[in-house]
Design a protein around this ligand. Structure first.
Ligand code: NAD
Length: 257
């Protein structure tokens, strides 16, 4: 599978799943654009190292995706987008009647509205290039719900819905749009939930992982960023050219329950 000559923009990719996807796309030969809201030397170094490791062009573009103009500006600045991976995300856990309004707004803006903005700018570029792939990071929480995650579950269900619309609007173009729905993947976003959960349930770290986090993941194993990256590469392959408007679960059986 070669993605030589393709340019991939991966939002929220200086850590976790986004970085894992960028690495697998680069391994397959794509030029990659990393992104997050920070603009540190280490962010740019990450891109330089990735480019050197896989012999592709790689750069880091800072953009705070909580702002629509910045999300549009990211794709405009790159000027070319064959593969768009909408991955940036945050989490906040609280009962709905205590859910901070600013957290609700931020989660919806970063995880759903930003994908609307990047897609709106990227699709004309894909049509002009005659090929395109939109890969949206939804979640098992795009298909099922858990308590205390109202904004996250709403954003991810929204992401699945928007993916279907993009697929229908591009159905006659050589462009596909799909959503990957991971179960739990051990990334900084998940790590950050462990201390609170330990305190809430009076459990140790291993017990939280096994009995709370992986409770609904029948494999009792985390998915890995490499597996999510490999799934994204598959969706960019010729074999996946007729796969559009759907969800691909990488969740150890969670949604089969
Ligand atoms: P992570 O915290 O490691 O990565 C999130 C990325 O988004 C980071 O690069 C972060 O800097 C970036 N980001 C956050 N706010 C941003 C902003 N305002 N502008 C630009 N970038 C911003 O988390 P992750 O687990 O790798 O999550 C990546 C995606 O995968 C998210 O959409 C998440 O919901 C989804 N997901 C994660 C899991 C899991 O178990 N880890 C499961 C299902 C879905």
């Amino acid at each position: 599978m070669s993605l030589n000559g393709k340019t991939a923009i991966v939002t929220g990719s200086n850590s976790g799943i986004g970085l894992g996807i960028a690495r697998e796309l680069a391994r397959a030969g794509a030029d990659v654009v990393l992104n997050s809201y920070t603009d540190r030397d280490e962010d740019h170094a990450l891109a330089r190292d990735l480019g050197a490791e896989f012999g592709v062009s790689a750069r880091y573009v800072a953009a705070d995706l909580s702002k629509g103009d910045a999300a549009r500006g990211l794709v405009e600045e790159v000027g070319r987008c064959d593969i768009l991976v909408n991955n940036a995300g945050i989490q906040h856990v609280a009962p709905i009647d205590e859910f901070p309004v600013e957290k609700w707004d931020a989660i919806l803006a970063i995880m759903l509205s930003s994908a609307f903005h990047t897609t709106a700018v990227a699709l004309p570029m894909m049509r002009k290039a005659g090929w395109g792939r939109v890969v949206n990071l939804a979640s098992a929480h795009g298909l099922t719900a858990s308590p205390y995650k109202s904004a996250y579950v709403a954003a991810k269900h929204g992401m699945v819905g928007m993916t279907k619309v993009v697929a229908l609007e591009t159905a006659r173009d050589p462009i596909t749009a799909n959503a990957i729905c991971p179960g739990y993947v051990l990334t900084p976003l998940v790590e950050a939930q462990i201390p609170d959960t330990m305190e809430k349930y009076g459990m140790g770290r291993d017990e939280v992982i096994e009995k709370v986090m992986l409770e609904r993941q029948p494999s009792k194993e985390f998915a890995t960023v490499e597996q999510i990256g490999g799934t994204a590469v598959f969706l960019c392959s010729d074999a996946a050219a007729q796969i559009t408007g759907t969800t691909l679960s990488v969740d150890g059986g969670w949604t089969a329950l």
